[in-house]
Design a protein around this ligand. Structure first.
Ligand code: 3PY
Ligand code: MG
Length: 260
């Protein structure tokens, strides 16, 4: 029996905590996928991934039985449909600041009539064991997710209009950029309470619109907070911090101390 898709899990109201992978070696993504994380997000925007590493990492994540998500570079809507063709179950597009930006994301990721995605998911079909092109065409718009990052004041001003874009499946909070724009460039403070009001508003409005609310969390305490206020797709920290925290915990253990 095929496993439940990420889209089905999230639409059932289940919280998914995703890993965030920046290092481009596919073995990193595969190792992380074999942990207890519910999904793995590959970060192209600020991570070190390129086309080949995304394509290979998605295979490793699929091999471990987890859904792969790709966070695109800014305005790289062409790579949105490529990521889905490679077998990603969701794409997260950064800096979606207007209805036009959200419409471009939908155009790239959904087949007609919702969008203008071009046909060619051969790799995704082989990873998912789908051999009937008609089945893929009929199911892809619903089984893959187009998610818009909301991380600026401009986006917040038009949030309801962005949420109303047909074919957009969800929004995803970027708390670092939100704190930078909210403070007019004074601070980057992704876990600070001064952005809590807009952070709550994004989840509330997304849930009211029947769309998935996602967020990036810098630590476990923020994951708990986001979960309580209605976020369902929550990415936690990054592979580089998993390594750093693991190293300090193991070395502290050597010295008989608690980790720094
Ligand atoms: C942000 O917090 O701005 C992000 O884009 C998460 O990586
Ligand atoms: Mg950001």
């Amino acid at each position: 029996m095929p496993r439940q898709t990420l889209a089905e899990t999230l639409r059932a109201g289940t919280t998914v905590v995703s890993a965030w992978v920046t290092l481009p070696d596919p073995l990193v993504a595969e190792a992380v996928a074999r942990s207890a994380f519910g999904a793995v997000t590959l970060d192209v925007q600020h991570g070190l991934h390129d086309t080949a590493s995304v394509m290979q990492s998605i295979a490793g994540i699929a091999h471990a039985g987890k859904p792969a998500i790709v966070r695109l570079a800014v305005d790289d809507f062409g790579f949105a449909s490529r990521s889905l063709d490679f077998g990603a179950e969701a794409v997260i597009a950064p800096m979606i600041n207007s209805v036009a930006d959200a419409q471009r994301l939908v155009a790239a990721t959904k087949y007609p009539p919702l969008g203008e995605r071009s046909w060619g998911p051969t790799r995704a079909m082989s990873l998912f064991g789908i051999d009937d092109a008609q089945v893929q065409l009929r199911t892809a718009n619903r089984s893959t997710l187009a998610i818009a990052m909301i991380e600026t004041m401009r986006a917040l001003d038009v949030l309801d209009d962005i949420l109303a874009v047909e074919g957009l499946d969800g929004v995803f909070l970027g708390p670092s950029d939100l704190s930078v724009t909210f403070s007019r460039g004074e601070r980057v403070a992704p876990a600070d309470a001064f952005i809590d009001a807009p952070v709550r508003r994004i989840a509330e409005q997304a849930n009211k619109a029947g769309k998935i609310a996602g967020a990036f969390a810098v630590n476990g305490e923020r994951v708990r907070f986001y979960r309580e206020i209605g976020y369902r797709l929550i990415a936690l920290a990054s592979d580089q911090s998993y390594l750093a925290r693991g190293i300090s915990a193991m070395l502290a253990d050597v010295d008989g101390k608690s980790p720094a």
